[in-house]
Write a protein that binds this ligand. Structure first.
Ligand code: GLU
Length: 451
C-alpha cells in the first residue's frame, strides 16, 4: 500500500531562497543584513518575450522565452538556455541564482543568468528549432552580449543551437568580433573540444577528490564503486563513460522514457549505441527495466541525478540507498529531502559544485574567443581538474569549520533573527552556498552601492 504523499513546496525559486537563508548566517552579512541579503538574492533583470515562429505546416505558433540575469556583482551574466515544456520564469530565476553561486565557487569572472523557452523540443523539427532560436536571440537584443550576458547550452540545446545564436547576434552586430557572445559553440566557430563533456568531467573530478579527502565507509576511490545515473543526456551519458573508465560499475541508467538495471554492471558504450538505435536505453540485453523514479532507490554506492530538477523529495528521500549523491542536474533535491538525507547520514555533493565543470570550460572558451586564440585541449583538461579539485577542497574545509562552530552561529543567528527558522547542521550544500554568497557579498561591498 502506498503511503500518503508528503506535501512540500516545490517552487524552485523559493527552494533557492531556503538554501540561501540556511547559508546566510555563515557569511558575515548580519550587519545591514536584510538589504544586503535582498540585493544578493533578488534577480537584477527579468526579460520575458513572446516569440511567433512559423511551423513547417505553415501556421504561426507562439512561444514564451525568458532570460533572467541574477547578478552582475562579480561580472557579466553567464548561464545556459533550455528548451523545455516546463520552462517558466520561477524556474529560470532559480537556475540563474544557482549560476551565480556556481561561477563564484569555481572562481570564473561571471555573475549568474539563465534562459528558457517553453516548448516541447521533441515536437520541433530542426528548421523550427532554428527559427525559434533565431527569433529568441533577436528578441533578447542587447540584453545578451560578450560583456553583458553570455548564454550556453542547457537542457535540449546544444552546439548547433549556440551556432544559430552566434550567427543571429552577429548579423545584428556587424563589424564586431562576436564569438564570445555565447559558449558551447561548435569547434568550427571557436568552441572547445572538451566543452560537451565538461559538466560530466567536472563532476567526475569533484567525486574523485571528495572520495580522496572525505572518503566513504568502505569506498576510498571510484574503483569498484556501484553507480546509478538518472538521465542519459549530455551530462549523464558522459558521466557513465567516465565513471566506467575509472573502474566503477554502472548498475543503473535511465533516460526520460525509462531505466535499466544490472547488478553486474552495464557497459555505457553499449547502452549509448542502443539508445542511438532505438531512442531509449530500455531493452538493452541482460538488463531489467525500471522507471526513472525507481532508479533513484536502487542499491548502489553513488547516485548521480543527471536529468532534471525536483527528483529527490520528501516522498522518496527515505528510500534512497546510496551513500553519496552527486548532483549533475540542477536542483534535483528539495530542502526537505536534504534534511532527510542528512539525518540518514547520506552525503550529497550539491549541483553548484558538482556540475560547475560546464561553466568552467565555457569560461575557457569565452577567454580564448576574447583573445582570438585557440587553447590546447590538454591545458583545458588540466585547468578544469585543478579548479574542480580546488573548489571541492574549499567546500569540504568550509563545512568542517562551519560544523565546528555551529553552536555559536546558531545562537548568534537566533538572537539576530528571532523569527527565522531554526538552522540545521550545515551540509555540503550550505557550505558551498556560504562560500559563494560570502564572496559575492565581499565583491558587492567593495564595489559599493552606486550612486
Ligand atoms: N547550462 C550549464 C549549467 O547549468 C552551463 C552554463 C554555461 O556554461 O554558461 O551550468
Amino acid at each position: 500500500m502506498n503511503a500518503e504523499p508528503v506535501l512540500e513546496d516545490l517552487d524552485l525559486h523559493r527552494m533557492a531562497k531556503v538554501q540561501f537563508d540556511r547559508a546566510a548566517p555563515y557569511t558575515e552579512v548580519v550587519d545591514g543584513w536584510r538589504g544586503m541579503a535582498q540585493w544578493l538574492f533578488e534577480p537584477e533583470r527579468i526579460v520575458e518575450v513572446v516569440l511567433p515562429v512559423r511551423s513547417d505546416d505553415g501556421y504561426v505558433h507562439i512561444y514564451r522565452g525568458y532570460r533572467v540575469l541574477h547578478s552582475t556583482v562579480r561580472g557579466p551574466g553567464k548561464g545556459g538556455i533550455r528548451f523545455h515544456p516546463e520552462a517558466g520564469v520561477e524556474e529560470v530565476k532559480a537556475l540563474a541564482t544557482w549560476m551565480t553561486w556556481k561561477c563564484t565557487l569555481v572562481d570564473v569572472p561571471f555573475g549568474g543568468a539563465k534562459g528558457g523557452v517553453r516548448c516541447d523540443p521533441h515536437l520541433l523539427s530542426q528548421g523550427e528549432k532554428e527559427r525559434l532560436t533565431r527569433r529568441f536571440t533577436a528578441a533578447l537584443g542587447d540584453t545578451i552580449g560578450p560583456h553583458t550576458d553570455i548564454p550556453a547550452p542547457d537542457l535540449y540545446t546544444d552546439a548547433q543551437t549556440m551556432a544559430w545564436i552566434y550567427d543571429t547576434y552577429s548579423m545584428m552586430h556587424p563589424g564586431s568580433a562576436n564569438l564570445p557572445v555565447v559558449t558551447g559553440k561548435p569547434m568550427a566557430l571557436g568552441g572547445l573540444a572538451g566543452r560537451a563533456a565538461a559538466t560530466a568531467q567536472g563532476g567526475f573530478y569533484v567525486t574523485q577528490r571528495y572520495l580522496e579527502i572525505a572518503g566513504l565507509p568502505g569506498l576510498g576511490s571510484l574503483d569498484g564503486a556501484r553507480i546509478a545515473i538518472q538521465g542519459f543526456g549530455n551530462a549523464g551519458r558522459n558521466a557513465a563513460s567516465l565513471f566506467h573508465e575509472a573502474g566503477a560499475l554502472i548498475v543503473a541508467l535511465s533516460d526520460s522514457k525509462g531505466g535499466i538495471f544490472d547488478a553486474s554492471g552495464i557497459d555505457p558504450g553499449q547502452a549509448g549505441r542502443h539508445k542511438d538505435a532505438t531512442d531509449s536505453v530500455i531493452g538493452l540485453d541482460g538488463t531489467e527495466q525500471l522507471s526513472p523514479k525507481e532508479l533513484l532507490e536502487v542499491d548502489c554506492d553513488i547516485l548521480v541525478p543527471a536529468a532534471i530538477e525536483l527528483q529527490i523529495t520528501a516522498n522518496n528521500a527515505e528510500r534512497i540507498q546510496a551513500q553519496l549523491i552527486v548532483e549533475l542536474a540542477n536542483g534535483p533535491t528539495t530542502p526537505r529531502a536534504d534534511d532527510i538525507l542528512a539525518g540518514r547520514g547520506i552525503r550529497l555533493i550539491p549541483d553548484i559544485l558538482a556540475n560547475a565543470g560546464g561553466v568552467v570550460v565555457s569560461y575557457f572558451e569565452w577567454a580564448q574567443n576574447i583573445e582570438n586564440q585557440q587553447w590546447d585541449d590538454a591545458a583545458v583538461g588540466t585547468q578544469l581538474r585543478q579548479r574542480m579539485h580546488h573548489a571541492t577542497e574549499v567546500v569540504v574545509t568550509r563545512r568542517a569549520a562551519m560544523v565546528d562552530a555551529f553552536d555559536s552561529y546558531r545562537d548568534r543567528w537566533q538572537e539576530t533573527m528571532p523569527e527565522a527558522p531554526e538552522l540545521p547542521v550545515p551540509d555540503l550544500r550550505t557550505a558551498a552556498t556560504a562560500v559563494a554568497v560570502q564572496a559575492c557579498r565581499e565583491a558587492a561591498a567593495q564595489r559599493g552601492v552606486w550612486p
